[in-house]
Design a protein around this ligand. Structure first.
Ligand code: DGT
Ligand code: CA
Ligand code: CA
Ligand code: ZN
Length: 580
């Protein structure tokens, strides 16, 4: 079992502070938990090492008692004290604490005076005007609480970014996998299909006995509320992201068909069921049955597709967008790009512009991921807000790049830039400067509010500039934050094909730009792509995963992705593709 990570421990400490306040513990004791949470989240030191070496008490604010609790939590995955305290109150109280304008004092009053123990009960009490009668509340604060509840519900309804959810999913899966008797575990649903946003998380496990596996989820650190628990199912809501997680546990012989069912998508399924019927097979979450009721053994998903006389369809493609026809005709690509194919990362920033880590730190981190190169692409001079570089700064940077490359044999930083595409489509550096670089990404960062004609023309003009190799995050969207700017993507992609400009599939979880549909249009035109991290710190290098997922969902094959080539070939192909 992997121990709970630092974030989880910090969250448990904060929850404990709130629970102790509910219990009426003195302020001094309560504050100790908040202080410990602050110290822990603020230290750059590795939590696992601190625990193992018994050095927790070296952190100011962490005394013996707290050190013991943290050690118990990290080494056993559970903290008895926390579990007992949590069990004393309705789980909904923790959720009430997440409301704006509702602190521990108010929760205590609401619980003690009105026996209000959940957000739903609180809403009802407010609507009945019972809350305003309480000491310390009033009509105004009642109205404010109602506003807060509406906000809270909207946040819950909001789909989460895959990138924000995946680390939690992986932590839970590791925990479930470690339960004795467990045979297989997997995510299902939109998480497994690598959709850009997810509504909730679906998990599946196989084991002879469901009980202990369900219990492992229900008692996971980071669980705010157990929403329901039955014989084979358990649903919880995590504190982080307000994320709902549904787990199903079944005997291993039913795993593959259930996994397939709960992976979806619904649209993909409906079509497959129809195909099954044509062959006299009934496909359901319970398995594949003949008309006479006999159940066919289905050891894995590939076997299910074989029964239907079609190619295996990877989860990322299961959206009923042509994959079923292709698989029936045997023309589904079998070499979709995968993480193993990618040899280098494109698009990173360092302390030279708005990044957090030095070039050497970025290089070492990429090297440690098994990659061979990283394109250094800082912002250009017009992006002042992002520490954009002047041409002279860039030349000084090359000296540092050379030094790092010498220090790290077997790995290469490539000299590049993410040059701003200005309002007219001109680029932010001179042609002679751009010519000297190995990789030039051109992106729009300023003046988003142009109309469709202007914006399309701006991008077309930029691609006419000989110095541009890669068009960066072409629509500028930020999921949940900013709409894509209006642009006729097909025209842009036609131009990219004509000019030999490569297009980025930006892997930053809120960007994913190109998005899936655009990747597909690009691939159909023979436009080459790069998968990128848009990393501003070491940890972001893993964004590559989301870029690769988006590329796969857009049916991109290994050969469509330029950074599956070794460094030297990557650079020479970038240049050779360009037509003027
Ligand atoms: P989400 O959670 O909105 O991001 O999307 P999904 O795809 O994860 O959907 P979810 O969690 O409601 O259900 C998980 C999978 O279970 C879904 O992809 C397919 C399967 N499923 C759920 N409801 C139905 C249904 O009514 N019919 C069929 N055929 N499958 C269903
Ligand atoms: Ca789901
Ligand atoms: Ca679900
Ligand atoms: Zn950018």
């Amino acid at each position: 079992m992997t121990p709970p990570d630092k974030n989880t421990v910090v969250q448990v400490l904060r929850n404990l502070s709130l629970l102790l306040q509910l219990k009426g513990e003195n302020a001094f004791k309560v504050r100790a938990y908040d202080t410990a949470a602050d110290r822990l989240s603020g230290t750059p030191q590795d939590l696992g090492a601190l625990v193992q070496e018994g050095r927790l008490q070296e952190l100011p604010g962490i005394g013996q008692g707290l050190a013991e609790k943290i050690t118990e939590l990290v080494t056993t995955g559970k903290l008895g004290f926390y579990e007992e305290l949590k069990a004393e109150y309705p789980p909904g109280l923790m959720e009430m604490l997440q409301l704006p304008d509702v602190g521990p004092k108010k929760v205590i009053a609401l619980w003690n005076e009105l026996k209000v123990g959940s957000v739903a009960e609180l809403e009802l009490a407010c609507r009945q005007g019972r809350v305003r009668e309480l000491k310390g509340f009033g009509a105004k604060s009642e109205a404010k609480i109602l506003e807060g509840i509406a906000l809270h519900q909207r946040a819950q309804g909001k789909r989460k970014l895959l990138g924000d959810v995946l680390p939690t999913v992986e932590e839970l899966l590791t925990r479930l996998k470690a339960v004795p008797g467990v045979v297989r575990v997997s995510p299902a649903g939109s998480v497994r299909r690598r959709a850009e946003t997810v509504g909730d998380v679906d998990l599946l496990a196989s084991a002879p006995q469901a009980g202990p596996v369900l219990e492992a989820l229900a008692t996971s650190p980071g669980v705010a509320v157990v929403l329901g628990k039955g014989e084979s199912k358990c649903s919880v809501r995590m504190v982080q992201e307000d994320l709902q997680v549904d787990l199903r546990v079944l005997p291993d012989e039913d795993f593959a068909t259930a996994l397939h069912h709960f992976t979806g998508s619904k649209a993909h399924h409906v079509r497959l069921r129809g195909l099954g019927q044509d062959r006299g097979l009934k496909i359901s979450e319970w398995g594949v049955h003949r008309a006479d009721g006999t159940k066919l053994p289905v050891p894995d998903e590939a076997a299910l597709y074989r029964l239907l006389g079609m190619q295996y369809i990877p989860p990322e493609l299961r959206e009923d967008s042509g994959e079923i026809e292709a698989a029936l005709e045997g023309r589904l690509p079998e070499d979709l790009v995968s993480m193993e194919d990618v040899l280098g990362v494109v698009h990173c920033h360092s302390t030279w512009s708005d990044g957090k880590h030095t070039l050497e730190e970025m290089a070492r981190a990429a090297h440690a991921m098994g990659l061979q190169y990283l394109t250094v692409t800082e912002h250009s001079q017009t992006s002042i807000y992002a520490g954009g570089l002047k041409e002279d700064d860039l030349k000084r940077q090359w000296e540092e790049i050379d030094r790092v490359n010498e220090a790290l044999p077997g790995f290469r930083l490539l000299k590049g830039v993410e040059v701003d595409i200005l309002e007219t489509g001109a680029l932010d550096y001179s042609d002679s400067m751009l010519e000297r670089l190995e990789v030039v990404i051109g992106s729009i960062h300023i003046r988003h509010s142009m109309n469709e004609d202007q914006m399309t023309q701006r991008l077309l003009n930029a691609m006419d500039r000989p110095g541009l190799n890669i068009l960066g995050h072409p629509t500028g969207r930020l999921i949940h934050e900013r709409e894509p700017y209006p642009v006729r993507m097909e025209e842009v992609l036609d131009k990219a094909a004509e000019r030999g400009v490569v297009v980025e599939v930006n892997g930053k979880p809120a960007r994913l730009d190109l998005k899936t549909e655009h990747v597909r249009q690009a691939v159909q035109r023979g436009v080459k792509l790069v998968v990128s991290a848009d990393a501003h710190k070491k940890e972001d290098l893993h964004h590559l995963l989301f870029s690769v997922a988006t590329a796969r969902r857009g049916w991109a094959r290994k050969g469509d992705i330029l950074n599956t080539l070794p460094a030297a070939q990557f650079v020479s192909t970038l240049k050779a593709l360009r037509t003027t």
